[in-house]
Design a protein around this ligand. Structure first.
Ligand SMILES: Cc1cc2nc3c(=O)[nH]c(=O)nc-3n(C[C@H](O)[C@H](O)[C@H](O)COP(=O)(O)OP(=O)(O)OC[C@H]3O[C@@H](n4cnc5c(N)ncnc54)[C@H](O)[C@@H]3O)c2cc1C
Length: 304
């Protein structure tokens, strides 16, 4: 990719977007790791998002989508091509108990907005630090609820720049899985079908979940939440705790002493520290319990 030419071309095509070159990505991730993006583009409307994707498709420029950066480790060498940020697509509205939200809205804000309207269904999401787009991509869930339960439909852009809507069934949502992942769609908008409820009960439930989260999770440190998926019939955190791995450290990253399912960046850790620690934990758990821990966190980009 000729970076200068790509910037010139995209500046002609885009109306309301900003393009940064050689942009460090550690400031956009919850682990605070990640090298630079060749081009970091923040789009302010759906047409600009489609224009970037179409241009990149036609010119063989790789595109990576970034939401709130709360479930991703970007390697220390960064990302070649374009990193597309859709967080400015962040309007919310409600009609007939259906909430429409741009993909950049924090799912926490959508959950709070629903509460203000006495709408129930998104209480489980009140502490998940992702965007609407990232939450749909991962079918995020907590405390027995998941995005799938109240999602009505989603507007996406495909890799050629076409914009269309998919129903929840078409998204094939499953445990931390969606058809968005295989098809490389970018989510730009979503509609959630909510039920009318009691504001007191919704508030009580959200307060309870927030207290549980704050008492159990190491929210004072950078992290990516639960590093591993739940293995069938077990809990990753319990296995890691039983293996005595809490506090085990590689470079600046350690297995949290507060919640064994989390790995916290305690001292300027790198993505490489994270990867080494993740592999070590996987090896130990397999050796001790014959269980393979699959990663929940996405790891992307180039090593140094
Ligand atoms: C402290 C903490 C607690 C957490 N608790 C939970 C929890 O309880 N439950 C849970 O499920 N997760 C939890 N997570 C993980 C994370 O918040 C969720 O997975 C969230 O849905 C990720 O959204 P994001 O916007 O941050 O996505 P990112 O981390 O930015 O990206 C994750 C993936 O989604 C893709 N993506 C992002 N936006 C879009 C888009 N618009 N279109 C297409 N693809 C996109 C990215 O390409 C990437 O592959 C937690 C994380 C932290 C740090």
């Amino acid at each position: 990719m000729n970076i200068k030419q790509t910037v010139t071309d995209l500046n002609h095509l885009l109306n309301h977007s900003t393009i940064k070159t050689n942009e460090p990505l550690n400031k956009y991730t919850y682990t605070e790791t990640g090298g630079p993006a060749d081009l970091y583009i923040t789009v302010h409307d759906i047409d600009d998002a489609a224009a970037v994707i179409k241009y990149c498709h036609e010119n063989h420029v790789p595109v990576t989508y970034l939401g709130n950066g709360s479930n991703i480790i970007i390697r220390d060498g960064g990302i070649r091509g374009v990193v597309l940020n859709v967080l400015e697509l962040n309007t919310m509205s409600e009609e007939n108990n259906i909430i429409s939200a741009g993909s950049g809205c924090p799912i926490i804000d959508v959950s709070r907005y629903a509460k203000e309207l006495s709408l129930t269904g998104l209480e489980f999401a009140c502490g998940i630090p992702g965007s609407v787009g990232g939450a749909i991509y991962m079918n995020a869930g907590a405390y027995g609820g998941e995005v799938k339960d109240c999602l009505l439909d989603v507007t996406v852009i495909d890799t050629s720049g076409n914009i269309f809507t998919l129903t929840t069934d078409e998204l094939e949502l499953d445990y931390r899985k969606s058809a968005i992942q295989e098809n490389d769609y970018v989510v730009v908008e979503a509609r959630f079908k909510m039920e009318h409820g009691s504001i007191e009960e919704i508030t009580a439930m959200m307060d309870d979940l927030t207290n549980r989260r704050e008492s159990k999770q190491p929210l004072e440190y950078p992290s990516c939440g639960s590093v591993f998926q739940r293995p069938p019939g077990n809990f990753a955190g319990k296995l890691i705790q039983d293996a005595g791995l809490q506090g085990y450290r590689v470079g600046g990253v350690e297995v949290s002493k507060k919640h064994a399912g989390f790995m916290v960046n305690v001292d300027r850790g790198t993505a490489s520290d994270y990867e080494t620690l993740i592999s070590h934990v996987q090896d130990v758990i397999f050796e001790k319990f014959n269980v393979h821990l699959n990663r929940e966190v996405r790891i992307i980009g180039e090593s140094l």
